[in-house]
Design a protein around this ligand. Structure first.
Ligand code: SF4
Length: 257
């Protein structure tokens, strides 16, 4: 399944835009309960205004809230960003730490956010258990655990450590584009032959093909041998409901600041 997953999602990557570890920390905090696309709309202006931890530490709350308003939960997120800036300045001389223990001790940074930062900004392998990841690995029988930390440990024991970050992206891409929460596209899924949950969604290829989302849709359908009746310039975007923290209140609560 790992090989098939890698061949299916060759474009898997962190979809948040950033140039420094601190920017990724900010973007990941903002991504709770919204889409990466929405965060990427907000961050260019934000990163131009606030360049380092000290800038967030001394931010004018009203101005910061205005800049991040469209990402939702903007008051909580502003509190987290200001608190993070202060803690990084006070405890780490303004430099974001790069260990899980130090990261999760910072305001606004839960385990999921910390693993995103470690894996994508510091190249330290991390498994990111968001709502997509948990749903898919349970559907695949990789674990029966519901608790995100237990899921992380269970999958960590199955996947080589060097691959933790990229496999996280591949699983999340599959969850956003093919294996949806309510109606997975089983009849247009490259993992169908190995998936114990095949049949959870429509198995008819045409019906299933209509459920596949994202910019790589045509390629995904071709790989799965499913019909593509989409006009060439009408490729649908990722499912707008496919939020990072998802609609699963338990998973969402894990990292909402
Ligand atoms: S076969 Fe269905 S349940 Fe299994 S991974 Fe594919 S879409 Fe998900």
């Amino acid at each position: 399944m790992l090989r098939e997953l890698a061949e299916t999602h060759t474009d898997a990557h962190c979809e948040l835009d950033f140039t420094t570890p601190y920017e990724l920390a900010v973007a990941t905090i903002l991504s709770a309960q919204t889409t990466d696309v929405r965060v990427n709309e907000v961050t260019p202006k934000l990163f131009a205004r606030y360049r380092a931890a000290a800038d967030y530490a001394s931010a004018d709350r009203a101005e910061l809230e205005e800049l991040i308003h469209s990402t939702g939960f903007y008051r909580n997120k502003a509190t987290s960003l200001i608190g993070l800036g202060r803690a990084v300045v006070e405890k780490h001389d303004g430099v974001l730490p790069h260990t899980l223990d130090e990261l999760v001790a910072l305001p606004g940074i839960g385990r999921k956010t910390a693993n995103v930062i470690l894996g994508n900004a510091f190249d330290i392998p991390g498994i990111t258990v968001d709502t997509h990841f948990g749903r898919l690995v349970r559907r695949w029988g990789w674990t029966e655990e519901e608790d995100p930390v237990k899921v992380e440990h269970a999958v960590g024991a199955l996947v080589p450590k060097r691959d933790w970050t990229i496999v996280s992206h591949q699983v999340i891409f599959h969850g956003r584009r093919v294996c949806h929460s309510r109606k997975p596209a089983c009849g247009a899924c490259t993992l169908a032959a190995d998936c114990p949950s095949y049949g959870t969604g429509p198995t008819d290829p045409a019906q299933a093909a209509a459920l596949v989302k994202g910019p790589s849709r045509a390629r995904l359908l071709r790989l799965a041998g499913a019909p593509d009746d989409t006009p060439p310039d009408a490729a649908p975007a990722d499912d707008p409901r496919a939020l990072d923290a998802g609609t699963d209140p338990v998973a969402a609560a894990a990292d909402v600041p």
